[in-house]
Design a protein around this ligand. Sequence first.
Ligand code: APR
Ligand code: ZN
Ligand code: ZN
Length: 378
Amino acid sequence: EMTGKPIRCKAAVARKAGEPLIIEEIEVFPPKAWEVRIKILCTSLCHTDVTIWKLTDGPAAYFPRIFGHEAAGIVESVGEHVDEVKAGDFVIPVFQRNCGECKDCLSQKGNACTKFPVEFFGGMPRDGTTRFVDSDGRPIHHFFSVSSFSQYTVVDIAHVVKMSRNVPVDKACLLSCGVTTGIGAVCKIAQVEEGSTVAIFGLGAVGLAVAEGARLQGASRIIGVDINPEKFEIGKKFGVTDFINPTSCTEKSVSEVIKEMSGGGADYCFECIGLASLMQDAFSSSRPGCGKTVVVGVEMHGTPLSINTYELLRGRSILGCLFGGFKPKLDIPILAKRYLDKELNLDEFISDEVKLDEINRAFDMLHRGKNLRCIIWM
Ligand code: APR
Ligand code: ZN
Ligand code: ZN
């Protein structure tokens, strides 16, 4: 019986920016009010972990820290006031908050939950204190309200989604961030219609989820842009019909190639890498009069976006979203059902599997743009 007591377990701790994680024995405190302690079954690496892990300074750089925000697990115990889940429930933690009662959660518009004034890349739970200490009793920071690179973690109930037991653990894990984000960007934010032409910059798991969403919406042409030529073959499984490798565009720019391919510009463009210059390229590739560009990538260096105002005046728009505009507690169960109904392809997003001890291999692969999702078993 561990309820109410700290749990000793293994976690992969980031001690310094950009340096390999260290497998350590840590202590995980019991959940406070409104919190849930989760036994993580598996987790996976999303590029946002890599982006923030590399930051040496600025308001988002906190160390030591436990990264990880895509995961699936079992509720071990719950704090006071939690009645939405109980010990033994199958859940996924999500970075996107969804309290269900604030003005924004109750509104049909958008998915921003504004209940707590916690900064986005913040390092601690609701009350500003940590639930993790190392073997010397020193505090370790949380990440994105999830911190799943640990066998146990403590997450606010506003960040927990109950899952159907019918969804396999590793597929549930995928729904916790990247794949859901890509699909939401297409279905909720852009609202891609049948017959559309779509251009996707970056065919990682997020970009491929955009392709999968576009395929489900009936897009007729899905153009993938990636510097890794292997991504075309992989992309075809998710509906990618055309491919552009920017490194072989010497005479024309990528936007010019897309404009030619689509007779003037793509109806919908998505940036799924995290570079401001590519957000600009995506915007320039969109169709005058109606083209929509959705920024999905988290800018790696915090570089601001500069756009040509004449291109904007010609009727293009640019949109941003977190978590694909989806409300986690409402929309994730719908995606889970679409997976169980064999409509949504999730299996192909898993390219590798490792054990927690080998987590640095997952960083290596993703960093080099080589794999899709690597499932890390705890
Ligand atoms: N031009 C074209 N493609 C590129 C470039 C570039 N300059 N740089 C990287 N890529 C490709 C990589 O080859 C890879 O296929 O972009 C893809 C990025 O995929 P992943 O590293 O797997 O990242 P993913 O987890 O899909 O996240 C993508 O979404 O959530 C955000 O922070 C996340 O910004 C990141 C983005
Ligand atoms: Zn993510
Ligand atoms: Zn809310």
